[in-house]
Write a protein that binds this ligand. Structure first.
Ligand code: ADP
Length: 389
C-alpha cells in the first residue's frame, strides 16, 4: 500500500494508449499500448534498470481501448503489485471555448467534449474513448481532463479570430492553439529555474512529430502558430502546416478530391513525409542524400524562422527562446539553422554549447537567452490531476 495519491496518466490515440503510473512523484511504470485492433502489443519500463520490455497482447486484449486498459490493469498488478489508483489524468486535445482549465470529468462535461469531435476528428474521439475505457477499468478513480487548448484561451482577440463574419466566431470557428500542456510545463519550468523567467517575453518552439510555436508573456499565451485545428502553422511529420485556403478549394473542385481525401492528404501525406517522399522522421531525412530530403528540411527551418519573426512582433521583442520536443531537444543542426544570421533579432547561438547539448546555448553577447528544455506533458497532467484530487 502507498501513502501518496496514485495517479495514472493516459494519452489515448486512435490505435495507441500511452501511460505513466505515478506514486506521488515517483514513476512506477511507463509505456505504450500500440496496434489496437490490428497487432496489439505493450511496451513498458518499470524503471528497475532492465529497460523497455515488449510483449504481444492477444487480439481480444487489444481489441478496443476498454479491453486494452483491462490488460494494463493486469500488467500493473503483475509488475507493480496490487495498487489502488486514485485518479486518472487524461490528455484531451480540445476543450473548445469553454474549458480553460483542467476539470474533473462527469457525464455533462463528457457530453460537452463529445460535441467538439468535429473540431478535432483525428484526436478527440480517441481521447474520449480512453476516458470511457478508464471509467470502466478504474471505476473508483477520479477522472480528470487536461486540454491542449486551455493554455491559449486568454489569447488577445486579434490572435483568436479569423477574418470571417462574427457569426462564425460565435459558432466556435476561431484560433484555439494546441500543445498547451507542453507550453505550460515550459513556462512553469522557466519560473522555477530562471529568476523572472515566467514574466519575460518567451517564444517556445515545440518541434516534434507535431510542431508549433507559442509566444508567452507573463506566463500567458499571447499568440501561437496553430489555429482552428492542429494542421495550421509549421509543417510537421505528416501535416502540411500553413496553407492557402484557396488550395483546399482547388483540391475539392478542380482536382475533384473528396473531403475525406483532402483530409487524408493534409493530415497524413504532407509535411516532411509528403515533401520528401522518404520519411516523417527528421533523423531519416538528415541521413538521406536525396535532394527532396534536404528540401523538406529547408522548408521546415524556413517556416520556423518566419514564425519566430512574427511572434517577436506580437510581443515587441523576445527575452527567451526555448527549443523543445523530439527535434527541438535532439537536433543541434536544426537549432543552428533556425538561429543562423538572426543577430538582428537578438539571437546569437554558441555553437559549442549547442553541440554539447547544454540547456543554455546562447552566446554571452546574445540579447536573448536561448534554451533547450525537455518538455514533460505527463508531469504537467500529473500536477493538475493531483491539484484537483
Ligand atoms: P510527438 O509529437 O509524436 O510527441 P516527439 O516530440 O517525440 O513527437 O518527436 C518525434 C520526432 O523527433 C521524430 O519524428 C524525429 O523526427 C525527431 N527526433 C528525435 N531525435 C532526433 C535527433 N537526434 N535528431 C533529429 N530529430 C530527432
Amino acid at each position: 500500500m502507498t501513502s501518496h495519491p496514485v495517479v495514472l496518466i493516459l494519452n489515448s490515440g486512435s490505435s495507441s494508449i500511452k501511460f505513466n503510473l505515478f506514486d506521488g512523484k515517483t514513476e512506477l511504470i511507463t509505456g505504450q499500448i500500440s496496434g489496437l485492433g490490428a497487432e496489439p502489443h505493450i511496451k513498458f519500463d518499470t524503471h528497475h534498470g532492465q529497460g523497455d520490455i515488449d510483449q504481444l497482447l492477444s487480439p481480444q486484449e487489444g481489441e478496443t481501448h476498454a479491453t486494452a486498459l483491462q490488460a494494463l490493469l493486469h500488467l500493473i498488478d503483475a509488475e507493480v503489485g496490487h495498487i489502488s489508483i486514485d485518479a486518472v489524468g487524461h490528455r484531451v486535445v480540445h476543450g473548445g471555448a469553454d474549458y480553460a482549465a483542467p476539470i474533473v470529468l462527469d457525464d455533462a462535461v463528457l457530453a460537452d467534449l463529445r460535441k467538439l469531435i468535429p473540431l478535432a476528428p483525428l484526436h478527440q474521439p480517441h481521447n474520449l474513448d480512453g476516458v470511457t475505457a478508464a471509467q470502466q477499468a478504474f471505476p473508483n478513480a477520479v477522472q480528470v481532463a487536461c486540454f491542449d487548448t486551455a493554455f491559449h484561451r486568454h489569447h488577445p482577440w486579434v490572435n483568436d479570430t479569423f477574418a470571417l463574419p462574427p457569426s462564425f466566431y460565435e459558432k466556435g470557428i476561431k484560433r484555439y492553439g494546441f500543445h498547451g500542456i507542453s507550453y505550460e510545463y515550459i513556462s512553469a519550468y522557466l519560473g522555477q529555474n530562471y529568476p523572472g523567467g515566467q514574466s519575460e517575453k518567451v517564444v517556445v518552439a515545440h518541434l516534434g512529430n507535431g510542431a508549433s510555436m507559442c509566444a508567452i508573456h507573463n506566463g500567458t499565451s499571447v499568440g501561437s502558430t496553430m489555429g482552428f485545428t492542429a494542421l495550421d502553422g509549421l509543417p510537421m511529420g505528416t501535416r502540411c502546416g500553413q496553407i492557402d485556403p484557396g488550395v483546399v478549394l482547388h483540391l475539392l473542385t478542380a482536382e475533384a478530391m473528396s473531403p475525406d481525401e483532402v483530409t487524408e492528404l493534409l493530415y497524413k501525406r504532407s509535411g516532411l513525409k509528403g515533401m520528401s517522399g522518404i520519411s516523417q522522421d527528421m533523423r531519416a531525412l538528415f541521413a538521406s542524400d536525396a535532394p527532396e530530403a534536404a528540401k523538406a528540411i529547408d522548408y521546415f527551418v524556413t517556416r520556423i524562422r518566419r514564425e519566430l519573426g512574427g511572434l517577436a512582433a506580437v510581443m515587441n521583442g523576445i527575452d527567451t527562446l526555448v527549443f523543445t520536443a523530439g527535434i527541438g531537444e535532439n537536433s543541434p543542426e536544426i537549432r543552428r539553422r533556425v538561429c543562423m544570421d538572426q543577430e538582428w533579432l537578438g539571437v546569437e547561438i554558441d555553437q559549442r554549447l549547442n553541440d554539447a547539448g547544454e540547456e543554455m546555448i546562447s552566446s554571452p553577447s546574445s540579447r536573448m537567452k536561448i534554451l533547450v528544455i525537455p518538455t514533460d506533458e505527463e508531469e504537467m497532467i500529473r500536477r493538475h490531476t493531483l491539484n484537483l484530487l
